[in-house]
Design a protein around this ligand. Structure first.
Ligand code: PSU
Ligand code: MN
Length: 296
């Protein structure tokens, strides 16, 4: 059920730097036709720093780790036809032979089976703001809690209840650190998040990961502030959440709905920030993976 590409397998056997990438961002996170560039750019950023990309998806009845250019294209062109594959959904996609675009949580399942220690994404899921009405908590969170993977991201998506998510990650024993900052980035914006400890540089991040994995089965979150963030996102987020409620959008559809709403209403500003931060986080994950494997 698990197929690891030859390039990824060889790199893992040699203890080399391998970084997993999700594909929900490719299939569902951007307007039709635009996700493919994000996926390609993240892979290119990894290669540029000497890391091997391990993009994950469910294809042809297998959980795949490491995709060819054509396979990445298949996921991208499936778009919303691809199922959103979180930890719950992977088996269904395999058994049905459906295309599954992995979330962060789904990617972490692949990492656990393949033995990959690093991944990159835009922003992780978390506790949705409406959690007092419905306990909508992203499956990314328990997956990070049970997988020894460092997740490079730009924090928790600010569409969520960020302080509640930080509390939950503490409960689960998952370190959340800022990359060169003590202010947890808020995905679209570098500022306004809760205070967190900082790591200073890639060597520091690699050492923290190594020490944490001697002590714990859990992952860690390294949050890098977006460059040229969009600090006015909050006003639009409230409108997006109202619209989701008015249209009765629930479950897995919530996050793609909110992202699409913001991309449209911000005149493409959130799109631009999201594209850039996803790529920059890939660079960061690649650099930390390289530092980690050198020290290994
Ligand atoms: N980061 C982005 N765009 C995205 C996501 C992350 O820049 O679309 C996706 C990831 O796949 C993450 C998912 O796992 O959003 C969270 O969805 P949910 O809240 O339904 O768990
Ligand atoms: Mn959810």
């Amino acid at each position: 059920m698990l197929r690891i590409s030859e390039e990824v397998r060889e790199a893992l056997e040699a203890g080399g730097p391998v970084v997993a990438l999700e594909t929900t961002i490719v299939a569902h996170g951007f307007p039709p036709g635009e996700g493919i560039e994000v996926g390609r750019e993240c892979e290119a950023r990894l290669r540029a720093v000497g890391a091997v990309p391990a993009t994950t998806a469910v294809l042809d009845g297998e959980l795949r780790v490491g995709l060819s250019a054509d396979e990445l294209e298949r996921i991208a062109s499936a778009g919303v036809e691809a199922l959103k594959a979180g930890p719950r959904d992977i088996a269904t996609c395999i058994v049905r032979g459906a295309i599954g675009a992995t979330t962060v949580g789904g990617t972490l399942v692949a990492c656990r089976h393949a033995g990959i220690r690093f991944m990159a994404t835009g922003g992780i899921g978390g506790v949705h703001r409406s959690w007092t009405k419905r306990p909508d908590v992203s499956a990314d969170i328990p997956a990070i809690a049970r997988t020894q993977v460092l997740v490079a991201c730009s924090g928790i998506k600010s569409l969520l209840d960020v302080p509640a998510t930080v509390e939950l990650l503490e409960t689960l024993g998952v370190p959340v650190v800022g990359y060169g900052t003590q202010e947890l980035p808020l995905f679209y914006s570098a500022h306004g998040g809760p205070r967190v400890p900082a790591v200073e540089g890639v060597e520091d991040a690699a050492s923290l990961a190594r020490a944490h994995w001697r002590l714990s089965e859990s992952g860690l979150v390294v949050a890098r502030p977006p460059v040229d963030g969009f600090d006015e996102a909050e006003l639009l987020i409230e409108a997006a959440l109202d619209e989701a409620e008015a249209q009765d959008v629930t479950g897995q559809a919530v996050t793609p709905f909110l992202l699409a709403f913001l991309h449209e209403r911000s005149g493409g500003r959130t799109l631009e920030v999201n594209r850039r931060l996803a790529a920059d986080n890939a660079t960061l994950a690649g650099e930390v993976a390289v530092a980690f494997s050198r020290a290994g």
